[in-house]
Ligand binder design. Structure first.
Ligand code: PEP
Ligand code: MG
Length: 317
């Protein structure tokens, strides 16, 4: 029955009682975006642009970047009611070094000059990427949303938003650093939307390298401390009346997706392969049960207890 519900799900994302939650895809190129568009994905919640350039020896030209970004924008262009495509500016560094952007000799790259921080020493890289995004938007007749990775403060969010809006685009930031989650309300005064990256937010909250097999039990998206920061961020979005999505691995877990919806998250973005399962689970539960599950998961002592409490609230098992 479960498999049939997943196979039958075509979107749009909503709970059984009609509370809408956009179900979006994480993509890294045009082919992935076209594949996602063929599933029930309503758009793209995370376009990881740095993955386009992992092999590049030098910075691609503005025209070349525009061609690549435009392929993803075009995959969802012209849909009725419009489709959201959220592009993330280069998240270079740490686990995703780029030859033309990243300092090679950092001792502690996860805490180093990565993501938006690269633009402090090399502002031209971000400026040219934003020029390319604006050009691709113009060429495809679309209105992508643009967000920065690894933002720690409201001042960083303001500077980024100024550059993005100067090009007529919608500006947001990722919440992947605990300080940013704690200051979500202030950051929301500076930008149009937030997207929570639970993979990095978990690694930085638990101080556990996300690539370490020995620490995998700490890097669990059901960690109650992580969920508390996510809930705070979502509540700030509800209060501000601005969208707050989740685009980390947490959004690919159907049960956790329902919990996130209960916190007030407005979109879930995950690998195309997980979209139907996430959408089908949402369609089976009511918003009040999601809210109850969210409270229970945050109050739990550990990931297993959080998952069990959510199952009990949502599925009665
Ligand atoms: C995240 O950190 O949760 C995220 C979505 O970004 P990435 O996994 O690419 O770091
Ligand atoms: Mg991240």
């Amino acid at each position: 029955r479960e498999a049939a519900a997943v196979a039958a799900w075509t979107g749009p994302g909503a709970t059984a009682d009609g509370h809408t939650v956009d179900v979006l895809a994480n993509v890294q190129d045009g082919a992935g975006a076209r594949k996602a568009a063929a599933t029930g994905a309503q758009g793209v919640g995370l376009f990881r642009t740095e993955l386009c350039f992992l092999d590049a020896d030098s910075e691609p030209s503005v025209a070349e970047q525009a061609r690549i970004y435009g392929e993803v924008f075009a995959a969802f262009a012209g849909r009725e009611g419009g489709s959201k495509v959220v592009l993330r500016t280069l998240d270079a560094g740490s686990d995703k070094p780029l030859k033309f952007a990243t300092a090679p000799d950092e001792e502690n790259p996860a805490l180093g000059v990565r993501g938006l921080r690269i633009a402090w020493g090399q502002p031209g890289i971000l400026d040219r990427q934003l020029d390319a995004i604006a050009l691709a938007a113009e060429q495809t007749g679309t209105s992508p949303w643009v967000m920065a990775p690894m933002v720690a403060t409201a001042a960083e969010a303001r500077d980024f938003a100024t550059k993005v809006r100067a090009r007529g685009l919608t500006a947001g930031v990722m919440i992947e650093i605990p300080a940013a989650a704690l200051h979500a309300e202030r950051i929301l005064r500076e930008v149009d939307f937030l997207s929570i990256g639970t993979n990095d937010l978990c690694q930085y909250t638990l101080a556990a390298d996300r690539l370490s097999a020995d620490l995998a039990h700490l890097n669990d998206p059901w960690q109650p401390a992580l969920l508390q920061l996510v809930a705070m961020t979502a509540a700030a979005g509800v209060a501000a009346g601005k969208p707050v999505g989740v685009c980390g691995e947490a959004a690919a877990d159907p049960l956790l997706g329902a919990v996130l919806a209960g916190m007030g998250v407005t979109s879930l973005s995950c690998a195309a392969s997980a979209i139907s399962a996430v959408g089908a689970r949402l369609a089976q539960v009511e918003l009040a049960a999601c809210q109850k599950a969210a409270r229970a998961a945050v109050a739990a002592d550990d990931p297993a207890a959080a998952r069990a409490a959510a199952r009990e609230s949502l599925l009665g098992v």
